[in-house]
Design a protein around this ligand. Sequence first.
Ligand code: CDP
Ligand code: CDP
Length: 221
Amino acid sequence: MNKAIAIDGPSASGKSSVSKGIAAELGIMYVDSGALYRGVTWQALRKGVDTTDSAAVIECMLNAEWDFFVQDGASTFSIDGDVPVQELRGKEVRENVANVAVIPEIRKFVVESLQSLENFGSLVMEGRDIGTVVFPDSPYKFYLDADPEERAKRRYRELVAAGESEKAEEVMESLRRRDKIDSTRKTDPLVVAPGAQVIDSTSMTLEEVIQTIVDIVRADG
Ligand code: CDP
Ligand code: CDP
């Protein structure tokens, strides 16, 4: 039977690095759920839709043709025949995605699309509501956590490596703000799913976290 491994947690807890590692180790598909919220946002922006106008964003999503497929071991999608990748990481999308991710109709479309990906085979999916909403019945639910100071340090190191000149205190402040928005929003807030195993990676390496999860999944058959 296909397995769906759910990985949730706050920003910089290691979700995407850990999920990609698990997918590679187990030879299963990797799914970045946030990419789909970003995809809806990108489509709205290129159609000139104001992302604070929920009805217009919904109409824009319904009018588009969505197609899902697997490429290089990761799930991906096209919108009206185009496959956005780098475009999803741009500033405009980043600044508008929060408006789009709070619209219940958009969340419903994204959640149903994510659930349908199980038809492609076993997968590991990272996000904020995978264990609570998308795959609540999966026996493989994990909540990654780490002290806010450690998470801010990880982000800071990434930014410095990318040549950005952000201050360590600003990274900490922005992380605390994101934590608060993610855990207090009305629709599908970030919480530990019932039955999820919490992994605190504050003093663990990436490899140790990946191995811990892979061992649990393998032990189960
Ligand atoms: O996806 P999410 O925002 O939760 O985190 P990420 O982008 O996967 O990880 C943030 C950074 O922390 C990456 O540079 C990882 O390599 C690093 N990391 C780490 O140093 N130790 C861990 N146990 C987990 C992640
Ligand atoms: O990587 P980063 O934490 O910047 O964000 P992301 O995972 O690409 O998600 C983009 C946006 O979609 C964020 O505002 C998330 O809060 C939201 N999101 C969500 O609401 N539910 C998910 N399962 C995944 C992302």
